[in-house]
Design a protein around this ligand. Structure first.
Ligand SMILES: Nc1nc2c(c(=O)[nH]1)N[C@H]1C(S)=C(S)[C@@H](COP(=O)(O)O)O[C@H]1N2
Ligand SMILES: [Mo]
Length: 418
């Protein structure tokens, strides 16, 4: 770089040095014609007009920021499978709707909201059927919550196989949801005295069904029709989904069509042979609804490369199904020493926070880890701690272990177990 601006910038950075950013962080040389003070091609004629796209899309230069499949996983039935949120490319805490991970058990139904209905029946005083319009007339609430599949990070239980944080932690999203509190609707139908559980059923070909204790239904459960300010995406359950903040994603039934109130859990497939945790003694942990505190460093993470020594901001996400998070610690030496990370506000219950720690990479080997502590005092465990209680499988739900990323002297970041 020999242009006057570059050298001025170098001097400026050398003088400021407060964060220890060295002059070497200058970007690679741009084409002479595009770089100031020259006039680039895109300034020489008017650009695309207003309404070029009626619905906005990211720049064509962001085409690499997409949901991805797990290349090693086989579809069990048509339309079945997960796609992963590209956490390594995202900032802040809100997951853009188009990048929210997907988990479908039998594809995405194409539902006409005018024809869709929610039936609420069983141990109620007055069974009722609601249209989406009916539900939207009730008082609405908007809240930010994370949603995590309990299978998230299951690939990492035995060996560090994921090539990126997208693969290891990408069954995770954090959105603003709008809808009506489920308690409002249950008040409409009126609960009978022995109403202790509900069954929630989806309108997909899997007819996904889960049992939910009535206490959760009357606490913070929502019937949502909106995600990040607009109608739910078809992938996320359009036109209506159940949302159970802080509980395993599987229970947040998409394309919700029926709620049956009962006195006992229904013992559906998804809460018996699936989504229970087999323990070393052969018994299953049932029910394991809560998603306990977890955190992960998203930058730098596997697949990133540090091009040179100097200042970097380590940054990541932390969340807890039990409420607010109170602290995040970051280690750069594989968990021997911990430093307090900064947590960016707002700190909301059962929502993701962004944490960060300034760091100078001197070019040596480092093992980056983060560890969250939530308001209940719960500390994110190590993998060994989880294994000592739950064994090594064959089920791998609820792996909230501390994640390690190794920085090699060449600046490559890889996924490791310590
Ligand atoms: N009806 C229905 N609801 C469903 C599913 C499904 O396949 N069908 N998948 C569940 C699972 S396993 C998860 S993790 C979440 C995923 O939500 P998302 O696809 O909006 O990210 O939806 C849950 N709700
Ligand atoms: Mo899931």
């Amino acid at each position: 770089m020999s242009e006057p601006f570059a050298s001025t910038r170098r001097k400026f950075l050398a003088r400021t040095g407060a964060l220890g950013i060295t002059a070497g962080t200058a970007s690679p040389p741009l084409a002479q014609t595009a770089q100031p003070p020259n006039v680039p091609e895109w300034m020489r004629a008017p650009g695309e007009p207003v309404l070029w796209r009626k619905y906005g899309l990211p720049s064509e230069f962001e085409q690499n920021v997409v949901r991805r499949f797990n290349p090693t996983r086989r579809m069990k039935v048509p339309g079945e499978g997960p796609s992963y949120t590209p956490l390594q490319d995202l900032h802040g805490t809100i997951t853009p709707s188009g990048l929210v991970f997907e988990r479908h058990h039998s594809g995405i139904p194409n539902i006409d909201p005018a024809q869709h209905r929610l039936m609420v029946h069983g141990l109620v005083k007055q069974p009722m059927v609601f249209s989406i319009e009916d539900l939207a007339r009730f008082p609405s609430v908007s809240r930010i919550y994370f949603l995590e599949c309990s299978g998230n990070t299951n690939t990492e239980y035995r060996a560090p196989v994921a090539k990126s944080v997208q693969e290891s932690h990408g069954l995770f999203s954090n959105c603003e949801w709008t809808g009506v509190m489920l308690s409002t609707i249950l008040e409409q139908v009126g609960l009978q005295p022995d109403a202790h559980w509900i069954l929630a059923e989806g309108a997909d070909a899997a007819a996904m069904t889960r049992s939910v204790p009535i206490a959760k239904c009357l606490d913070d459960a929502m019937l949502v029709y909106t995600q990040n300010g607009e109608a739910l995406r078809p992938e996320q359950g359009y036109p209506l989904r159940l949302l159970l903040p802080g509980w395993e994603g599987n229970m947040s039934i998409k394309w919700l069509r029926r709620i049956k109130v009962a006195s006992e859990p229904f013992m559906t497939r998804e809460e018996t042979s699936k989504y229970t945790d087999l323990m070393p003694d052969g018994r299953s942990r049932q029910f394991s609804f809560l998603m306990e505190a977890k955190s992960v460093i998203t930058f730098p993470s596997a697949g990133h490369k540090l091009k040179e020594r100097g200042f970097y901001e380590i940054s990541g996400l932390a969340w807890s199904g039990s409420g607010r998070i109170s602290r995040v610690h970051v280690s750069i030496d594989g968990g021997r020493n911990w430093r307090e990370a900064q947590i960016q506000e707002p700190i909301l219950s059962r929502a993701a926070v962004r944490f960060s720690l300034p760091w100078r990479w001197e070019g040596g080997e480092a093992i980056l880890q983060s560890r969250v502590i939530d308001e209940t005092g719960y500390v994110q465990p190590t993998r060994q701690q989880i294994i000592s209680v739950r064994g090594t499988g064959p089920w791998f739900y609820h792996n909230n272990a501390i994640q390690s990323w190794k920085v090699s002297p060449s600046g490559e970041i890889t996924n490791v177990h310590t």
